[in-house]
Design a protein around this ligand. Sequence first.
Ligand SMILES: Cc1cc2nc3c(=O)[nH]c(=O)nc-3n(C[C@H](O)[C@H](O)[C@H](O)COP(=O)(O)O)c2cc1C
Length: 150
Amino acid sequence: MKLKTLIVYYSEHHGNTKKVARAMAEVLNAKLLKTQDIDLGIISQHDLIGFGSGIYWGRHHKQLFDIIDRLPNQIYKKAFIFSTSGAANKSMSFHEHLKSKLSKKGFEIIGEFSCLGFDTAISESGINKGKPNDKDLNKAKEFALNLLSK
Ligand SMILES: Cc1cc2nc3c(=O)[nH]c(=O)nc-3n(C[C@H](O)[C@H](O)[C@H](O)COP(=O)(O)O)c2cc1C
């Protein structure tokens, strides 16, 4: 059965997460919406929802949390989480707050993805120049395709 997929993202620093969100949406044939453009009713029209943003002060952006707060409790709704960050996030520790929030709302988390993103928050010249790059975006696509078997 084909999952109807929606990806909700927030990407303000350098558009890093937007690149990842687009890559995933392309292979999943998903609807792609910024947090700012979300009408809550659209969540119930989809089977699988991806939530992603850059990491700001150790967690996903507040706009994602605000959307989830306003949702009713979910039943049989699958979700995945993604992010880009300045620091490597191998243990997905930056995802914990959002993951817990989604789980409490009743979402079943079926996958998580993160990669580095260009970051000028600390130094003017920045770190992770060119990231996410093609290799990262291919990994994001591969991750997204794997979701379909879960
Ligand atoms: C205000 C601010 C706070 C940030 N805090 C963190 C952080 O706590 N940990 C981290 O690894 N990266 C942090 N970053 C870097 C961003 O997560 C990274 O650049 C990300 O790719 C931005 O995504 P975006 O371009 O989609 O907004 C921060 C960036 C900004 C602007």
